[in-house]
Write a protein that binds this ligand. Structure first.
Ligand SMILES: [Zn+2]
Length: 313
């Protein structure tokens, strides 16, 4: 049984070696012409093969023919010697011990055949779609006016996005050879992280401000307010009609939402501009003012500012 198996693998080997010979002959004729020579290799199991090669070094000829020399085997002439035309390489085994030697020979053949087959494996192309995370970016808004003492506040937490990338991948023997991107599709846009760099001194003044309004003092002339911005979107208002709490249509550069300590219609001077209190908001309490803007993007760009708010007549 064992002998038969051995014989059939030898047949396969002969077929592959023949193929290799043809390939080598072709390569030889095309590129190197006269340098081709014939070498006989005698393996330790007394199997013989004739190879045509352009190489002269023993180790290179063996490598070229996928012949693996085991530690217990000896090569004559030695691996780094040069070989002449019509020469012979002989591989012998040191301590031949029956079954063990046969087993290791079979293993050698297996490695050799697989190595050879690898060279003739077809290339397979596959389309693969992978989901790739798009990391969020951090946007810094500096409103510190070049102050020495600054403090960072996170206005908006960042969220990673997601995209689907379609690749064309070339495989040989399940090994990836090449990968090309054919298409990219964004599934979820990332959300920027917004960090505001502000004057640390202003920030500490703000911390005091809520006490003023909590004590019931009507904050009017020159008090510092936390001024944010909003638009008519559902995110900002929970509705999208743009109608204010006072019933007017909200207008950019005009409408502000202020706490109930300011009567509707009160004119406020913020950053040198005059606004009118026309709106309220659930979050607009104490020392907060919300300025109406045309778009959500503009409102986001405004962020949060701590500004002096004055009542004007
Ligand atoms: Zn909005």
């Amino acid at each position: 049984m064992k002998k038969k198996k051995h014989a059939s693998s030898s047949l396969a080997k002969i077929a592959i070696i023949t193929l290799l010979l043809i390939v080598l002959c072709t390569i030889g004729r095309v590129s190197l012409g006269s340098q081709v020579h014939n070498v006989k290799i005698v393996l330790s199991d007394s199997y013989e093969l004739n190879v045509i090669t352009t190489k002269k070094k023993v180790s290179e000829i063996l490598e070229e023919n996928h012949i693996v020399v085991l530690p217990e085997e000896k090569v004559f002439p030695t691996l780094d010697s040069q070989i002449e035309k019509n020469d012979e390489i002989r591989i012998t085994k040191d301590n031949l011990v029956g079954a063990e030697a046969v087993a290791s020979t079979e293993q050698t053949e297996k490695v050799t055949v697989e190595d050879m087959l690898e060279k003739y494996a077809p290339i397979v192309e596959k389309i693969v779609v992978e989901q790739v995370v798009i990391p969020y970016e951090t946007v810094t808004k500096d409103i510190s006016n070049q102050s020495d003492e600054t403090k960072e506040r996170i206005l908006q937490e960042g969220k990673d996005g997601l995209k689907e990338v379609k690749y064309k991948i070339k495989y040989q023997n399940e090994k990836e050879l090449e990968r090309k991107i054919i298409e990219e599709k964004i599934v979820k846009e990332p959300v920027d992280k917004i960090v505001q760099v502000q004057n640390a001194k202003v920030a500490s003044r703000i911390a005091v401000a809520p006490r003023t309004s909590a004590s019931g003092t009507k904050a009017t002339a020159g008090a510092v307010y936390k001024v944010t911005a909003y638009c008519s979107c559902a995110k900002c208002c929970g509705k999208t009609n743009g109608i204010t709490a006072s019933g007017t249509k909200a207008q950019a550069n005009h409408t502000v939402a202020a706490p109930s300590s300011f009567a509707m219609g009160t004119k406020l001077k913020i950053n040198g501009k005059i606004y009118t209190v026309e709106d309220r908001g659930g979050a607009i309490k104490g020392n907060k003012i919300d300025i109406y803007m045309n778009s959500h993007a503009e409102a986001l760009a405004w962020g949060v500012k701590y500004l002096t708010v004055e009542v004007v007549d």
